[in-house]
Design a binder for this molecule. Structure first.
Ligand code: ADP
Length: 167
């Protein structure tokens, strides 16, 4: 049986840090599913479909599309993982403060579904301080996000904030 992992997140939008984790995940698992969580509580800037499209196009742009499938979900993560037959959940840890929240989530997920393991991966140092929220903030003020996201995402951010200004 091929071992499959899930990399879940809001990905609002996907950054080069997320793609770095995908690259590392593929070293461990032959198949990876990106699970984009609808996450209405976070009031995402991009719709679920926009976030999916951005992830797919970004994977192509960095040459990672082959073994990765991008899916969306609006259920409990463990339910989604079960449905997809995943044996592991991948999460990225950037800085120590991420641990607090991630550890709680992983412990709860283990209680709900003991068969699944959460695996924490560390990105390359250059992405250790990168977050989707920082990217949104920089783009909102018209800053250059080229070193943080793919060209496709950069264009989508520019469009989003241009539209916002004309409202
Ligand atoms: P969530 O709302 O689930 O935290 P995010 O899209 O913010 O969704 O993040 C998804 C996962 O990717 C989380 O495990 C997060 O810690 C990780 N992550 C976010 N940014 C980076 C980054 N720059 N480098 C590595 N991992 C990251």
């Amino acid at each position: 049986m091929i071992k499959r992992a899930i990399y879940p997140g809001t990905f609002d939008p996907v950054t080069l840090g997320h793609l770095d984790i995908v690259r590392r995940g593929l070293e461990l698992f032959p198949e990876l599913i990106i699970g984009i969580a609808e996450n209405p509580k976070k009031r995402p800037l991009f719709t679920l479909e926009e976030r999916k499209k951005m992830f797919e196009e970004s994977l192509k742009e960095v040459g990672l599309s082959g073994k990765v499938e991008v899916k969306t979900f609006n259920s409990l993560l463990v339910e989604f993982a079960k449905k997809e037959g995943a044996v592991a959940i991948l999460r990225g840890i950037r800085i120590v403060s991420d641990m607090d929240h991630e550890f709680t989530m992983a412990s709860l997920n283990r209680k709900l579904y003991p068969e699944i393991e959460t695996i924490f991966l560390m990105p390359s140092e250059e992405y250790a301080y990168l977050s989707s929220s920082a990217v949104r903030e920089i783009a909102f003020y018209g800053g250059d996000v080229s070193q943080f996201v793919t060209d496709f995402v950069k264009k989508r951010l520019e469009e989003k904030f241009k539209k916002g200004q004309s409202r």
